[in-house]
Write a protein of this length. Sequence first.
Length: 397
Amino acid sequence: MKENISVVPLLFNKEWELSAKMLWGFIKMGKARLTPKRDYHYDHMKNLCLVYFKLTPLCNLRCIMCGQWGDKGKMKHASIGEEVKKLVSLERYKEIVDEIVSQRPVVYLWGGEPFLYPHLLPLAKYMVEKGLYVSVNTNGTYLEKYAAEIVRDKWSTIFVSLDGFRETNDAMRGKGSYDRVAAGFKAINREKQRQKSNYPVMSIVTTVTNMNYQDLDNLAEASREFNLDLHIFNLGTYTNDAIVAAQSVFMKEKLNTDIECLEGYNTGYNNHIDGAKLERILYNIHKKNYGHPIITVPVLNPEKTNTYYTDLETPVRNHCIVPWCQTNIDYNGDVHFCADYPDFILGNIKEQSFREIYNGDRANLFRKTIRACKGGMFPGCLRCYQNMLFGRKIPGY
Ligand SMILES: C[S@@+](CC[C@H](N)C(=O)[O-])C[C@H]1O[C@@H](n2cnc3c(N)ncnc32)[C@H](O)[C@@H]1O
Ligand code: SF4
């Protein structure tokens, strides 16, 4: 199954400027991988290539496998009113953009549902004007409403979550969500034509679970009509009781941190996936031409697909490089390395500059600790999405 970087030349034909920015991100990531992993007394800003902005915890959907709002999602018990009061202001975000812009990182806006952050449109516009590659990960239900502005403001990429053809998708993401996404793609395509623009590059992201894996080919077929640029199959972030327990002990002992986020991915929605069957389905999908490239994350040797689901203790990637080139800014201003597991806080952008946090003692303690771990990762990182993208592939997988 294809390497992630293989999409760059394919996109290059359609949109060279965006591809060049994306390539720049991959080059900086390669640099971070190749330079010795330092911690204290080093300006880590030099290798910053990707900044996630989790703009809001709010969401209008309740997808079953979601670590925030799914069956075991940690937001289900939060006081929403209190959390919303903590949102970062547009002005502060702009200052952060000004601080990081010289490194030209890719920025990735997500949530919750990013369209529920009240200043999404002006923030994305500001980032684009500053020359950044602006990607937005959305559940797609607001695309129809804002299509004209999205195209006008030249967002670089939208990653739209769709998990199956109509019935399957709606069982995971809620009734009517498939049709709203389809209407959103239609509206964006209409606006691209009307405004004579290639922006945004459009991608579907499909999170594989035991509810949808047998329907992936139907979705691939149905997506032909969306005029996509890319389709990503994400084999899913998940864990089990033993890994959660090991991570709790580790984080308490080494970083004096209580964890609460990993449990949100202990849902069982990856149980009983027939790896051989999934391998065949993905093989057949990758073989066909749908008019746009398809990649699977993590890139796995197809015969090893089964390991991913049946043998959770076996790493398929290791040596996570995220702390050396990326970071996530949470909706309340807290900064973390791990986007999905925001337990260890590096600092808060309402109180400190980004540079202070990114080069600070807590960030360096995290770097030093993960560097000292066997395989360069913590016990809880075994099926983490970021590690799947930015870890080192283990030979054979
Ligand atoms: C948490 S959502 C936030 C953005 C937006 N609300 C959406 O659904 O696209 C980010 C991505 O994580 C995916 N996701 C949800 N649960 C997941 C899981 N257990 N493993 C991996 N990805 C997951 C979603 O499908 C989506 O593509
Ligand atoms: S739309 Fe996104 S944030 Fe909302 S529940 Fe679904 S996966 Fe989670």
